[in-house]
Design a protein around this ligand. Structure first.
Ligand code: HEC
Ligand code: HEC
Ligand code: HEC
Ligand code: HEC
Ligand code: HEC
Ligand code: HEC
Ligand code: HEC
Length: 227
C-alpha cells in the first residue's frame, strides 16, 4: 500500500479566495455566470449541480473594487455533500483520497458519468507502462504526476493496439457490448469498479461467484444467438 504522502500530488485544492479577473457588482445574479463561462455548460453530459447553479459549489463576494471567488468546500469534501460515499470493502486509492476531480469534470463532459476521457484511457493512463522522458508523466485533464509516483502504480500488459492481453494473454479488454451491463461498451469497467468493490482487485459483484467466466461468456453467446 502506498503512503498517503506519495499520493498528495493528486489533489489540487483551491479553497482559498482568489480575485476574480472581472469585478462584478455586489448584487450580481449568479444566473449570469454562464454568460461569460458558457463552456461550463457545454458537453453531452452537464452535471445536474451545474444546472442548479454555480453557487452550489462556488462562493462569490464583491466589495467596492473587486470580486473574489472560492470553492464552497475542498473538492474532496464538496462532492461528498451530495454523493454518499461507497462502502464496499476494497477501495480504489484515488477514490479513498477523495480526488474525485482527477477522473471527473465537475461541470460537463463529452463522456458518460462526467469522466474526463474514455474509461479505457482513464484507467490505462495510470496502469499501463509507457516510455517516459522527463520528471513528470501527463495523465489527462491537464494533470501531470512525478515519474516515481507513476512507476509505483500496479501495471497490466496489453498488446500494441491495447485491445487484448489482460487478465490473461489474448483476453480482450475492449470492443463490443458489455455482456453484464446492457447498453454499455465492453471495457475495463466490465470487470472492475472505479471506486470500490466487494472483491479483491476492485472486481465487480459478479466475481463473487466461481462461475463468473462462464456466465459472461454464456451471456455473450446468448446475445449473439438472438436474431
Ligand atoms: C463578465 C464576464 C464574467 C462573468 C459574468 C463571470 N466571470 Fe468568472 N471569469 C471571467 C474571466 C474572463 C475569467 C478568467 C478566464 C477563465 O478562467 O475563464 C474568469 C475566471 C473565473 C474563475 C477562475 C478564477 C481563478 O483564477 O481560479 C472562477 C472560479 C470564476 N470565474 C467563477 C465565476 C462565477 C461563479 C461567476 C458568477 C458569479 C462568474 N465567474 C462570472 C469572466 C466572468
Ligand atoms: C459540483 C460543483 C461545481 C459546480 C456546480 C460548478 N463548479 Fe466550477 N469548479 C468546481 C471545482 C471543484 C473546480 C476546481 C477544478 C479544478 O481545480 O480542476 C471548479 C473550477 C471552476 C473554474 C476555474 C477552473 C476551470 O475549470 O476553468 C471556473 C471558471 C468555474 N469553475 C466556473 C463555474 C461556473 C461558471 C459554474 C456554473 C455554470 C460552475 N463553475 C459550477 C466545482 C463546481
Ligand atoms: C449540490 C449537490 C451536488 C454536488 C456538490 C455535487 N453533485 Fe454530482 N450530482 C448531483 C445531482 C443532483 C446529480 C444527478 C442525480 C444523480 O445522478 O445522483 C449528480 C450527478 C453526478 C454524476 C453522474 C452523472 C451522470 O450523468 O451519470 C457524477 C459523475 C457526479 N455527480 C459527480 C460529482 C463530483 C465529482 C462532484 C464534486 C466535484 C459532485 N458531483 C458534486 C449533485 C451534486
Ligand atoms: C479513478 C477514477 C475515478 C475516481 C477517482 C472517481 N470516480 Fe466516480 N466514476 C468513475 C467512472 C469510470 C465512473 C463510471 C462508472 C460506470 O460506468 O460504471 C464513475 C461514476 C460516478 C458516478 C455515477 C454513478 C455511479 O456511481 O456509477 C458518481 C456520482 C461518481 N462517479 C462520483 C464520484 C465521487 C463523488 C468521487 C470522489 C469521492 C469519484 N467519483 C471518484 C471514475 C472515478
Ligand atoms: C491517477 C492514477 C490512477 C487512475 C487514473 C486509475 N488508477 Fe487504479 N490504482 C491507482 C492506485 C494509486 C492504486 C493503488 C496501488 C496500491 O495500492 O499499491 C490503484 C489500484 C488499482 C487496482 C488494484 C486494486 C487492488 O485492490 O489491488 C485496480 C484493479 C485498479 N486500480 C483499476 C483501475 C481502473 C479499472 C481504473 C479506471 C476506471 C483505474 N484503476 C484508474 C491509481 C489509478
Ligand atoms: C475480463 C475481466 C477483466 C477486464 C476486462 C479487465 N480486468 Fe483488470 N483484472 C482482472 C482480474 C481477474 C484481475 C486479477 C488478476 C490477478 O490477480 O492476477 C485484474 C487485475 C487488475 C489490476 C491489478 C494488477 C496488480 O498487479 O495488482 C489492474 C491495475 C487492472 N486489472 C487494470 C485493468 C485495466 C486498466 C483494464 C482495462 C484496460 C482491465 N483491468 C480490464 C479482470 C479484468
Ligand atoms: C465481463 C465479461 C468477461 C468475463 C468475466 C470473462 N471474459 Fe473471457 N472473454 C470475454 C470477451 C468479450 C471475449 C471475446 C470473445 C469473443 O469475442 O468471442 C472473451 C474471450 C475469452 C477467451 C478467448 C480468448 C482468445 O484467445 O481468443 C478466453 C480463453 C477467455 N475469455 C477466458 C476467460 C476466463 C478464464 C475468465 C474468468 C477468469 C474470463 N474469460 C472472464 C469476456 C469476459
Amino acid at each position: 500500500m502506498m503512503s498517503l504522502a506519495s499520493l498528495a500530488f493528486l489533489l489540487v485544492l483551491q479553497v482559498s479566495e482568489v480575485q476574480h479577473p472581472v469585478p462584478l457588482p455586489a448584487d450580481f445574479d449568479p444566473a449570469g455566470c454562464v454568460d461569460c463561462h458558457a463552456a461550463k455548460k457545454e458537453g453531452k453530459q452537464v452535471h445536474a449541480a451545474v444546472e442548479t447553479g454555480c453557487t452550489s459549489c462556488h462562493t462569490v463576494r464583491s466589495d467596492d473594487t473587486a470580486t473574489f471567488v472560492a470553492l464552497q468546500a475542498p473538492p474532496a469534501e464538496m462532492c461528498g455533500t451530495c454523493h454518499a460515499p461507497q462502502t464496499d470493502e476494497v477501495v480504489h486509492e484515488p477514490y479513498r483520497q477523495g480526488d474525485c476531480i482527477l477522473c471527473h469534470d465537475p461541470h460537463a463532459s463529452e463522456h458518460p458519468a462526467l469522466v474526463r476521457t474514455s474509461p479505457q484511457a482513464l484507467c490505462t493512463a495510470c496502469h499501463l507502462a509507457r516510455r517516459t522522458e522527463g520528471a513528470t508523466v501527463p495523465l489527462f485533464g491537464g494533470r501531470e504526476i512525478p515519474v516515481e509516483t507513476f512507476r509505483k502504480f500496479p501495471k497490466i500488459a496489453l498488446d500494441r493496439a491495447q485491445r487484448t492481453g489482460h487478465p490473461y494473454l489474448g483476453h480482450p479488454v475492449s470492443n463490443g457490448e458489455d455482456p453484464f451491463r446492457k447498453g454499455q461498451p465492453y471495457s475495463c469497467l466490465s470487470c472492475h469498479a472505479p471506486h470500490a468493490a466487494p472483491v479483491a482487485k476492485l472486481l465487480r459483484e459478479e466475481w463473487k461467484s466461481l462461475d463468473v467466466c462462464d456466465r459472461c461468456h454464456t451471456e455473450m453467446r446468448n446475445r449473439r444467438a438472438q436474431p
